[in-house]
Design a protein around this ligand. Sequence first.
Ligand code: SIN
Length: 293
Amino acid sequence: MQVIANNTGLGARVHGIDLSKPMSDSDFRDILRALGEHGVLCFPQQDLDAPALAAYGQRFGTLEVNVANMFHAPGLPEVMILSNKRDEAGKPLGLNDAGQGWHTDMSYAKEIALANVLHAKEVPLRDGRPLGDTQFRNMHAAYEDLPHEVKERLEGRVAIHDFEKFWDMMRIRPGSIRGPLTPEQRAKRPPVRQPIFREHPITGRRVLYANPGYAMYIEGMDRRESDAMLDYLFRHQSQSKYLHSHAWTPGDVLMWDNIGTTHNAVADYTPEEPRFILRVQVMASLDYAALAA
Ligand code: SIN
């Protein structure tokens, strides 16, 4: 297996492994280490069906079943379908607006996620150029660059994250097929407390763990002060030096670190430009420091 780093400070391409086959312990460890080091791993030219993608993801931890998962592979609720395609009767085949805004998956839950693994089957193309990039920001670097006073002021502080914040941001956009959360869905996803800085389970380094998709306010801080501080953190992390943009090719498996990065799905394609992606989300359910050692 060969891991070739991008020149953006985030991301690498991984060659020489077929993810549809059982993985050796040493490949597993190398991938885990590479995930911590590079944040976003692209495995090009893969061909996995939904059960194989689930089997790959499961090596890294328990797979999440989304509370509002309306679209999943047959018989596999943990394999979500992200797509703007419709069947012959006009019924949507997948969630058409997943992740269109900067966020960190599962920061709205007590148990957080280690990684997302997406596998592109169809990628929208215009004039030969792929559309629907997925963008990432480096939260190890964003933490490191924070001024000392900000680090000191926020150390040990907690922000409240709410699943409904991002859901409602998506819902009010034109063409959204999301309904309001039902009382049952809402009850399953109450707001949660998250440290603003946390230790990354693979690298052992600190990361900035506050994202504009879900973070609402800083606990115990005057609301105006909290709004100003979150606004500062969100502007700080949005600097272009932290950005890596992944342009998809069908066959790509893209695995990203959900603790050390935030991400955004770029909505620059139309309903006539088909996109079809399988996705699993790996919960941070194992001792990664020990597994990567
Ligand atoms: C996600 O946030 O998991 C979706 C990303 C994408 O579809 O590009």
